[in-house]
Ligand binder design. Sequence first.
Ligand SMILES: *Cc1c(COP(=O)(O)O)cnc(C)c1O
Length: 392
Amino acid sequence: MSDIDPKTPIKTDTKLAHAGRDPASFHGFVNPPVVHASTVLFPDVETMRPGGQKYTYARRGNPTTDSLEEAVKELEGAEGVLLANSGLNAVSLAVLSCVKSGDHILITDTAYHPTRHFADKVLPKFGVEVDYYDPALGADIAALFKPNTAAVFTEAPGSLTFEMQDIPAIAQAAHAAGALVLMDNTWATPLFCKPLALGVDLSIQAGTKYIVGHSDAMLGTIAASERAWEGLHELHGAMGCHVAPDDVYLGLRGLRTLSVRLERHQRNTLDVLAWLQDQPVVAQVRYPGLDTDPGHAIWKRDFSGASGLCAFDFVAGTTRDQANTFLNALKIFGLGYSWGGFESLAIPVKLKGSRSVTPVDESRCSIRLHIGLEDPEDLINDLSKALDKAFG
Ligand SMILES: *Cc1c(COP(=O)(O)O)cnc(C)c1O
């Protein structure tokens, strides 16, 4: 951020508006250009030596990618940030950057299902041993470390079931054992949780969600601590990763309004859940931002806000048919994967095959909701009509 005196401490919202921008370098235009590129020209052969000029080939970065990386780096307080072409790509690159053949990795049982799929299908092929652990483990995770444990993967709150994790305790145990710590922080974004400040080495964002924020592009970001940066940078370069500049630009554009959007997602979610938890057919709502949630104390200690993703369980005895009737009756909530855009979404929660060390009640009917930026009264009406249709 070269348009603000680096000696003046600035708050997060100001960073969001200014980080990664340098208007003076682009004739005063507020935003960086979208640089469509492959070849970069050199003035002479002498300049073609390593380090001879800032940009050498577009795969290694251009002013558009630099701008987003720099902005996220400031938000995350990272040594360095690299972009990935999806959130899942950010997960797989981050994991691969810290394991090698013969290593062991511990992964939270509540990880995003495609993360689990990557760990189960790809890592064993390269001789990396995978074990899942209960997300409720804090310092006690120390007992699961082996001499070859290279990394611990965390995600909070847990995918679909929203369990919080004691990240600082896990990080302390991991570092004592010489292992790196990864966190999928997509739910909170670097605005509501700062993984590196909690001891995490690789902070992962599915930028597809709140950073892009408008359901119109896919992106991932990986922010590394000093300890993890070299390995990440090396792997990212060797793999030939590159994100198209138009998508990077959509990420930058989304990032500028992240704070105002998240604030509204949070407020709307609290409004909708306050109503939902009083409905007789709802047994439980899952959202660490509520003081009734089992993860609330950790959330309050480590996070500064809650986003728009939550879930609820219908009362025991609810049939799949009733849950499906409810979902099909929704008019404002769309049925669709992903989340983090401006619009509200709903999906049925399917846990079959996605947990191996924590018990799940597969008879439980749960719904995951993303609460968008619509008027919460309309969202409540939509849910209410759909409940009436399903339960009479
Ligand atoms: C969506 C999501 C991802 C993957 O992001 P994509 O951009 O869809 O690949 C990773 N982690 C979490 C927690 C997610 O919700």
